[in-house]
Write a protein that binds this ligand. Structure first.
Ligand code: GLN
Ligand code: ZN
Length: 749
């Protein structure tokens, strides 16, 4: 029985966000490239040191990155699209990541079902792969000096890399043939440097349609095995599904599976394991923040051990998805903090599991640790809010709770009549320095609540005045009191906790602090009514109430594990439902429930989409079903791609859906139209991510284009998304032109 421990990647942003700070200083030309690289290396080495001190035996290295590890491999393999070929070094690297005057960056998209975003490689037929491994090999040498044989290089596997690429006029198999020799050379060089093993990360194996990739995987690994460097094939985020039988036959020495998601345990039990291969047991959840429960894990591990004689205990994926250290969150109640586990705690858990299985712990040590963990969980159970009222409400749901009282065609007769091409915005207006400073002064206690609110109200008044002045039809208050659309609501709900240092990378230098759902969700008081009322008091025009939807709240938080995601979404929905009712009672005739993250919660395997979509749609309907027929329910989704989930979009039964459309060249709108979408749509008529102010002419053309897809009665005019990242100098002329464009077209009606 042989047991080892591994890691599959580690946070690389710095415990105090050092890499972000260095990157942004570098972009402002305040530090040199050498200084930037120096910082990045120090953070990387600290990560190695922490893992070494935690006694991890096989430490994944080489995953640290200045922006994105997929981009790193694109550069290392010389897969450079033509528009970047004139540049080199860091200039090219950041041009590909962030764009440059007149040159579009690579597209960015979500890394599997995580909230990390990677840059999508673009590969066309004329691309000529070329090895560029110096930086990687230099890292490997540093790691070797630091960690010796414990250093295990992490490489993104060739098939996954290509599966995630945008291939233009070229087949995956053709590019694979071109890049395999490069990978093989790399493995040979790593062997020469004294590496004992290499990790090839192939999460594409868990996609629902991975079976199609079988010949590519077989070719790739037959070729790579010739380098005679033991390969550890790493998968995560779901089970291998139907690919299992042939994946375990691939010529590699170890395979890692995720035992925190999907059904890998069933697979090894029913299909058996190749006993000559080490099984990487991803049992410590790298995607969530809860301490292990030894009483649940040990039985599972014993079962696994009967099937696989050689195993490695490890986190289920890279630890980049969790923050560094839960013990730093001193402001959290102890009972909660003691059951949280971030990267550093997870390393200790891996070590504890290993020592226990290897019988290195004394009986006493073993019992002490298990008792401690059990006590922590007991104390937490006492502490976490269990809400009987919410439980009862959930049991009392009937089909009517999920339904508006009248069907769409009847209720729109009762809703506010607006002229053709009604105009609105998505909710937020510029979050200027002054606004951010205002919020932070209040948070620090430098302002009383009354002083703070009085100042917020001046921003609301300004925002309302502007919208009214330009002739907008449905106004918004501007969201100045909100730092973030999930945090703002979470902070007012029972059952949510927030960290101070819990940053994780979203992309590049953008980090987020996902809140933690730790108990039953309930709403002690209304959350948005005051600002709504203030805004409405300044104008005769209708003001739209603005809420974040339950599915987005859930998908952008760390969820609980002892109840289902569906139940958590429903609890959130009930809280937001109460807010819908309160807004209505305060006079709101328009209420928007944003669900930008609806799509990203989709399971990796399409076979499981229906199950998710069905409760996700129900959660939305649960919070909006309470609205009176005369209240118009809006929803907003960014990065909308509806083709394959159109039925669910329809089932939301929102009166109006606003979508990001300007960058997709009406692609999204087309999907709605093709599916016969019959409710109103606000196709974003300009891109809020660009500082450019769209001209009246462009905007008029953009609205006109929508008429090819929808009758006038269904069209709204709005920007693509919220305006919070823009400044007023951009927003005022842009929204003014937008409203004017609608007014001009209205005249022609
Ligand atoms: N109402 C939010 C805003 O305008 C919506 C943000 C989003 O779609 N991500 O900022
Ligand atoms: Zn948006």
């Amino acid at each position: 029985m042989a047991i080892t421990t591994s890691t599959l990647g580690y946070p690389r942003i710095g415990k105090n966000r050092e890499v972000k700070k260095a990157l942004e200083s570098f972009w402002r030309s305040e530090i040199t490239a050498d200084e930037l690289l120096q910082t990045a290396r120090e953070i990387e080495e600290q990560g190695w040191k922490t893992q070494a001190e935690a006694n991890i035996k096989k430490i994944g290295i080489g995953d640290a990155t200045l922006y994105d590890q997929v981009l790193d491999w694109v550069i290392r393999l010389g897969l450079i699209p033509a528009r970047f070929q004139a540049f080199s070094g860091l200039e090219r690297y950041f041009a590909m990541a962030r764009g440059k005057e007149g040159i579009a960056a690579l597209e960015m998209t979500k890394w599997f079902d995580t909230n990390y975003h990677y840059l999508v490689p673009e590969i066309s037929a004329d691309i000529k792969p070329e090895a560029n491994f110096e930086d990687f090999l230099a890292t490997v040498k540093r790691a070797k000096n630091f960690l010796g044989e414990r250093a295990i290089p992490i490489i993104i596997g060739p098939v996954t890399l290509l599966r995630l690429s945008r291939l233009e006029g070229v087949e995956l198999g053709e590019v694979l043939t071109q890049i395999l020799p490069l990978y093989k050379t790399l493995l040979t060089e790593l062997k020469a440097l004294g590496m004992v093993e290499v990790q090839l990360h192939e999460p594409a194996l868990v996609f629902g349609n991975a079976e199609q990739l079988k010949p590519h995987y077989q070719t790739a690994y037959a070729e790579l095995s010739q380098a005679n460097l033991p390969i550890h094939l790493v998968t995560y985020f779901d089970d291998l599904g139907e690919t299992y039988p042939w994946v375990i036959e691939l010529p590699v020495s170890a395979i890692s599976l995720d035992f925190t998601r999907g059904h890998n345990l069933d697979l090894i039990k029913t299909r058996g394991w190749k006993r000559d291969k080490r099984l990487g047991v991803g049992i410590v959840d790298a995607r969530n923040v809860w301490q292990i429960r030894p009483d649940k894990i040990f039985p599972l591990l014993s079962e696994i051990q009967t099937l696989a004689p050689e195993i490695s205990i490890q986190p289920s994926a890279s630890l980049q998805f969790v923050p560094y250290d839960a013990s730093r969150e001193k402001q959290l109640p102890e009972a909660l903090r003691n059951v949280l586990s971030f990267a550093e705690q997870k390393l200790q858990e891996v070590e504890f599991l290993d020592r226990t299985l290897s019988e290195e712990n004394t009986q006493l040590e073993q019992e002490l640790t298990e008792d401690l963990i059990a006590n922590n969980w007991d104390a937490f159970q006492q502490f976490s809010p269990a809400n009987e009222r919410v439980k009862k409400q959930l049991q009392a749901l009937t089909t009517d709770t999920f339904k508006r009282s009248l069907p769409y065609t009847e209720r729109i007769q009762k809703q506010v009549k607006l002229p053709a091409f009604p105009t609105t915005t998505i909710g937020s207006f510029p979050q200027t320095k002054a606004v951010r400073k205002l919020r932070s002064s209040y948070k620090k206690g430098e302002l009383t609540q009354a002083e703070y609110q009085a100042q917020i109200d001046t921003h609301i008044a300004y925002c309302i005045g502007l919208q009214e002045g330009m002739g907008m039809d449905v106004l918004v208050h501007g969201e100045f009191e909100r730092s973030d659309m999930v945090e703002f609501f979470g902070q007012q709900l029972e059952g949510y906790a927030f960290t101070v240092h819990g940053w994780v990378q979203s992309y590049g230098s953008r980090y987020v602090r996902p809140p933690i759902i730790f108990g039953d969700i309930s709403r002690p008081h209304s959350m948005t009514v005051r600002e709504f009322k203030v805004a409405q008091s300044y104008t005769e025009k209708p003001v739209k109430g603005m809420l974040t939807g339950p599915v987005t709240m859930l998908n952008w938080s760390y969820p609980r594990t002892e109840i289902s995601r569906q139940e958590q979404a429903f609890q959130l929905a009930l809280a937001i439902r109460e807010e819908v009712a309160d807004l209505e009672a305060a006079g709101a005739q328009f209420i928007q429930v944003d669900e930008p993250a609806m799509r990203e919660g989709l399971p990796l395997k399409q076979q499981r989409w229906n199950e998710y979509l069905s409760w996700a749609v129900d959660a939305f309907r649960l919070c909006t079903g309470i609205a009176q027929p005369q209240t118009q329910i809006h929803t907003h989704m960014c990065y909308s791609e509806f083709g394959d989930i159109m039925e669910s979009i329809q089932q939301l039964d929102a009166d109006v859906i606003s979508i990001e459309d300007s960058r997709s060249n009406n692609e999204t709108l087309m999907q709605l139209t093709n599916a016969g979408y019959s409710h109103q749509v606000g196709p974003g008529v300009y891109d809020v991510h660009s500082p450019a102010v769209p001209t009246l002419k462009t905007l008029q053309e953009n609205v006109q284009k929508c008429r090819q897809y929808l009758p006038v009665s269904q069209i709204w005019v709005n920007p693509d998304c919220g305006l919070k990242t823009r400044n007023w100098q951009e927003v005022i002329p842009a929204t003014r032109n937008m409203v004017q464009a609608a007014l001009n077209l209205r005249q022609e009606q």
